[in-house]
Structures are given as structure tokens and as C-alpha cells.
Design a protein around this ligand. Structure first.
Ligand code: HAM
Length: 543
């Protein structure tokens, strides 16, 4: 990436910082590589990303030990030649001694797997002694076969020994952020914890326009707190606001709910499990008409068949069972409420029942956003809810939702838009007229600070609260809008915990009279401010 293009990248990132900041997000910078196991667990071992696209390596500097092992593994040893076996055995035992010493010294990982590998090698060697002797006595093929099998056992066990930790370049950011959430006890921060990060991700995919092996994401996650549908809607509203600010062309938001994956009672599958069963059965019936990839997926992951772009399969897929007909009552209600909350915020969407996403951690809400000028790789953003992921990684039960924007594609689409502008000097749509909030420092108990907490009470006030949040954010203020109505006392407590400086109180009286109550949390002073003057009032007070 070269100048002047890097200028565009910087301005896109600056705009993200500004917009996300007004929603109360703070930046996290997770490491570029993490233990492979983390991604395998979070994203899923059967997914394309983990099973074939990760750049993984063993983190160690023991080249000579590796070469020695390679020698032991490629050597052939005849069952009928005792002297040959003796030499081999000696050499392997000497190697094991060195590995044990390095393990004791803490230079190579002292893991149960490594210890098991050493024991397995020794056991195989012992049995080889016997098998070899029996072969010499009887000269039967069976004896030779046993010997060869044991030799294979030695080699496999040697190969399974790890000289260092197995690491991977991150293929995505969510897993690492959840790992950090656990490691840094962020469940003790005031909830919800809202984090974003920028940076390179790595996937060994077939490169083409808009698809690279090193690509960049702008990632945002909301962790902890409730799973109220208002949170789903707000996260989506935030990314749509960001795209609107950039004037990204041809933005289309698609949403779906993929239910939850829990088991039902009395062995009867419910929700997503029931759907997967029905889908698999339906796919079995049309198996002959499907391509090889989809045929394989009937067994491994039938949901992925819905992703197929194969022309010949489209007609068949259109006739498959739809997940919406299988959602349990809770998931159905949640989805309906997400849609209502999007409507309240004026966010336009289309529903796409085939949107299942290629990572295992999702449940309920999933969404994708496409933009113009990108050809076949036109998804600029993908995301969804992932309650349970933090717990799966060893943390406490935690709600989660987030998204990642493909920054390379975002930039490509903006550049295409630039070409569309026929004349005149093209100027970036991004304006920095709203400087980022001057509030620095976090909440008192750790976490990210806020300028304004909107305490709204009564369903009628929600519409006014959503509109107020938008106005304040447009003015660059960091705003927390609780997703559900709260009692007055609880709201003020939350505002305090988050380190908010002002609480905007919106009850039915305030909405009816247009006179809003603003409370300065430091001294408890309370004032009535006219609806039209609130932004200016807060901006003046904040400095
Ligand atoms: P994802 O759909 O795998 O989701 O990736 C998100 C976005 O990254 C895609 O929509 C695309 O724009 C971009 N992207 C993916 N692969 C490539 C590539 N090889 N080259 C260029 N761009 C690419 C995730 O990664 C999830 N972690 C999103 C998320 C966050 N869900 C919850 N929180």
C-alpha cells in the first residue's frame, strides 16, 4: 500500500474511530498471532477457515532436533536384521534422552501430549524387540507385519512431539478479543464492554479481486450485559452510520436469524438442530443433482450448502426448508424484536434466510452488508451474535455480538465510486467536522468512559431516546443508550458505573413537554433544557 492510497486508508480509519467512539467503543490491539487451538475452538475445526486457510507454525528454534527427527522418521529398519534394529533403537533412545532433558529444563513444552509421545515411543521400541525376535524365530510374514506396524508407531509418536507452541496468524479478530476479555477479567468492567480494532488478518484463500491472503479488517465487538435485541439493532445502526458517512455506494444490509444450537429436552431436536436435521433429510433426497462440494457438506455441515454460488444448485436450494420455520419461540421473538428495533432506527434491511455465515460461533442474529463495484467478492461486512463463545473459551457465560468490515473491499468500493464521479476533483465524503470526543480516561472501575447516558423510561420515550442518541452522536458525544427501559435509580447507577458525565432523563413528561432533564453526575445538579438546545448545552458544559 502506497501513498496517496494510504491517505484514504487513514481517513477511513479515522472516521471509524470517530463514529465508533460516539457509540462508546474503545480501541483494543490484540496480537497478530495466537495459539492455533484458540481459533480451532472459537471459529470451529470443521470450517474452511480453520481446516484449510490458516497460516500455522510451531514456535521454536530447534532446527537440529527437527533434522534429527526427520532422519529417524525416514530411516527403514529390517525386521530380520538385529544389528540394524539395535542401532536404530540406540539412536532413538539417545534422541528421547535429549528431548526429556529439554523438557525438564523448560526449553520445550512439558505438556501431557509430549510426555505421552515419549512413553509411546519407548513402548513401541520394547514391543519391536519382541516382534523382531519372534520374526527371527518363525520367519513368518505376520511377525514382519507386526514389526513394521510398530516402527510406524514409533515414527508417528515422534512426529506428534511439539518443540514449541503451535501458533497461527489470526484469520479473524473475534476469538482473540474474547480471549483478552477473559484474560483481563473484563467481565468486571461496567457492561457492556464495547471494543474495536483494526489490523491485518490472514487466510490462505485463492486470491482474486477483493480477496487476499493478507487483508485488513475493522472489527467491533460488544461483550457482556444483556442480549436485548436493541443491542443487535444498535450495532447494525453503527456500521450503517459509518458507511453512510463514507458515502459508500450501493449499500445493502441482509439479516437473518440462525437460532440457537442447544439440545432440546427428551432427545427431541429443537431450533437450529431440528432445522439441520430437516435440511439434511431434504438434501439427501436431491443428492444426485448436487455438486461434489455440496454432496460432501450434507454430512459435514449442511448449512453451508445454502452458501453455494453454483448456478445449477440455485433452483434446488430455493426449494429447501427455511430456518425461519424451525426457530424456537425465544429465538423467533428475539428476531422479530431485532427487526422492530431496526425499523425504529430507520435502518433498511432485507431478510435472507440463506445467510448462515461460515464461522461456527454464531447464534440468532446474523448479518452481511454488500456494496457496489466489487464483483463476486462483494461482502464488505459480516457479523452476528455469539452468546456462549466466551464461555466456550473458558470464561463466564457472556453475551456477545459484533462485526468485521473488510477494509480492502471498503476502499475498493470507495475508489470505484470515485471513478463514477464524472468530472471535478473528487473529494472524500469523509468530513472531520466532528472532532472526536475530548473525554479521555475510562470508567472508574476500568473500561471505557461516556459523555452522556440516556435514561429513558416507558416505551413511548424510546423513540425519542433513539433520536436523541443519534443527534448527540452526530455532534461527537459518546453516548450510552440502554437497550431496554430502566427504572430511574438503576439507570443513574449504570450511568455512574460507566463514568458518564451527564444523564439525559427522558420520561413521558419530558417527551410530552419537550423540556428534557439533564443531570450532571459529578454534583447531582439537575436542569430542564429545551429539546432543541440539548446538544449545544451539553457541548458547552463538556469543555
Ligand atoms: P467474515 O465474514 O469471515 O467474518 O469476514 C468479515 C469481512 O472480512 C468479510 O465480509 C470481507 O469483507 C472481509 N474478508 C474476509 N476474508 C477476506 C479476504 N480473504 N480478503 C479480503 N477481505 C476479506 C469475520 O471475520 C467475523 N470475525 C466477523 C465478526 C466479528 N463476527 C462477530 N464479530
Amino acid at each position: 500500500m502506497l501513498p496517496p492510497e494510504t491517505e484514504l486508508w487513514n481517513r477511513v480509519e479515522q472516521t471509524a474511530r470517530e463514529v465508533f467512539g460516539t457509540y462508546g467503543f474503545g480501541e483494543i490491539r490484540p496480537p497478530i498471532f495466537e495459539p492455533t487451538e484458540l481459533f480451532a475452538r472459537a471459529v470451529g475445526g470443521e470450517t474452511d477457515i480453520v481446516s484449510k486457510e490458516m497460516y500455522s507454525f510451531e514456535d521454536h528454534g530447534f532446527i537440529e532436533l527437527e533434522q534429527w527427527r526427520a532422519g529417524l522418521i525416514t530411516r527403514s529398519v529390517g525386521a530380520g536384521l538385529p544389528s540394524e534394529f539395535e542401532k536404530y533403537e540406540k539412536s532413538v533412545l539417545a534422541y528421547l534422552d535429549i528431548l526429556s532433558a529439554r523438557m525438564s529444563a523448560g526449553e520445550v513444552p512439558k505438556t501431557p501430549e509430549n510426555e505421552k509421545a515419549l512413553v509411546a515411543v519407548r513402548n513401541c521400541l520394547k514391543e519391536m524387540n519382541q516382534a523382531g525376535a519372534s520374526f527371527l524365530r518363525t520367519q513368518t510374514g505376520a511377525g514382519e507385519f507386526a514389526f513394521e506396524n510398530l516402527l510406524k508407531g514409533v515414527k508417528q509418536a515422534l512426529l506428534s512431539f511439539r518443540f514449541g507452541d503451535v501458533l497461527s496468524l489470526r484469520p479473524e479478530a473475534t476469538a482473540g478479543i474474547c480471549r483478552a476479555y477473559i484474560e483481563h477479567n473484563m467481565q468486571q468492567w461496567p457492561a457492556p464492554v464495547k471494543l474495536y480494532c483494526f489490523g491485518p488478518m490472514f487466510r490462505r484463500e485463492r486470491p482474486q479481486k477483493g480477496r487476499y491472503r493478507q487483508f485488513y479488517q475493522i472489527d467491533a465487538e460488544v461483550l457482556g450485559g444483556s442480549d436485548a435485541p436493541g443491542i443487535d439493532a444498535e450495532v447494525i445502526e453503527m456500521v450503517m452510520t459509518f458507511f453512510a458517512k463514507l458515502e459508500l455506494p450501493g449499500v445493502l444490509l441482509e439479516i437473518n436469524s440462525i437460532g440457537h444450537s442447544g439440545a432440546g429436552t427428551h432427545g427431541k431436536a429443537v431450533c437450529r438442530r431440528a432445522y439441520v436435521e430437516a435440511l439434511r433429510a431434504a438434501l439427501e433426497k436431491v443428492k444426485d443433482k448436487l455438486g461434489a462440494d455440496s454432496q460432501r457438506r450434507i454430512e459435514t455441515n449442511p448449512l453451508r450448502v445454502l452458501d453455494s454460488k453454483l448456478e445449477s444448485e440455485q433452483g434446488i436450494i430455493a426449494g429447501l426448508p427455511k430456518i425461519g420455520d424451525y426457530l424456537c419461540e425465544e429465538c423467533k421473538t428475539h428476531y422479530a424484536e431485532v427487526k422492530r428495533q431496526l425499523d425504529l432506527r430507520g435502518v433498511k434491511y432485507v431478510e435472507n434466510w440463506r445467510l448462515v455465515r461460515g464461522l461456527d460461533y454464531y447464534m440468532r442474529t446474523t448479518f452481511e452488508i454488500t456494496a457496489r463495484g466489487l464483483g463476486s467478492q462483494n461482502a464488505v461486512c459480516g457479523g452476528g451474535r455469539y452468546d456462549g463463545l466466551v464461555e466456550l473459551l473458558g470464561g463466564p457465560p457472556t453475551k456477545g455480538i459484533g462485526f468485521a468490515i473488510g477494509e480492502d473491499r471498503l476502499i475498493l468500493s470507495l475508489q470505484e465510486a470515485r471513478k463514477e464521479v464524472a468530472s471535478g476533483e473528487w473529494r472524500l465524503a469523509i468530513e472531520t467536522k466532528n472532532p472526536p470526543s475530548k473525554t479521555e480516561g475510562g470508567a472508574p472501575g476500568g473500561g471505557i468512559g461516556r459523555d452522556v447516558y440516556i435514561a429513558w423510561m416507558g416505551e413511548k420515550a424510546q423513540v425519542a431516546a433513539i433520536a436523541a442518541a443519534r443527534r448527540l452522536r452526530e455532534a461527537g458525544l459518546r453516548v450510552e443508550l440502554p437497550p431496554v427501559a430502566q427504572k430511574f435509580g438503576k439507570a443513574l447507577g449504570q450511568a455512574d458505573k460507566l463514568g458518564a458525565r451527564f444523564a439525559l432523563i427522558l420520561g413521558e413528561d419530558e417527551v410530552a413537554s419537550g423540556q428534557w432533564t439533564v443531570k450532571t453526575l459529578a454534583d447531582g445538579a439537575q436542569e430542564k433544557v429545551g429539546e432543541a438546545d440539548v446538544v449545544e448545552w451539553l457541548q458547552k458544559k463538556k469543555v
